[in-house]
Design a protein around this ligand. Sequence first.
Ligand code: RTP
Length: 148
Amino acid sequence: MEQTFIMIKPDGVQRGLVGEIISRFEKKGFHLKGLKLINVERSFAEKHYADLSAKPFFNGLVEYIISGPVVAMIWEGKNVVTTGRKIIGATNPADSAPGTIRGDFAIDIGRNVIHGSDSVESARKEIALWFPECPVNWLSSLRPWIYE
Ligand code: RTP
């Protein structure tokens, strides 16, 4: 089953949005496979965002990610990478539809509350980076009520 990496950024944690965000993924029917609240080192944030290292906003982005604890999660389910990005909304909250997390809870692109993997391949890499330990393996008893 497909998995994605979701991170609630420091603004989302500070603003008390953790429960709301988890609730949206749970209510959709996705299955929580990994969860931790952590402070990340600068070098770790730079590694996570290595693809963006040439961008003018890179330093500000790294400062933002290391400014407080983040919630790192693995979510599992059919098409969870694409659907997770839809639940999150467009990168710039000015373009995120109402009903999405960024559309409902963010204004500035540099404080957009949440990250979600943009492809199955990125998800695999990000899960390996953020969860080097094996996440707990369990099956939701709801599975037959979510999938036919
Ligand atoms: P994310 O990786 O956080 O899920 O975001 P994304 O794929 O939707 O967007 P991406 O282009 O990968 O950008 C990563 C994060 O960088 C910050 N950003 N700031 N100031 C700016 O112009 C700017 N552009 C991007 C955002 O926090 C974005 O989520």
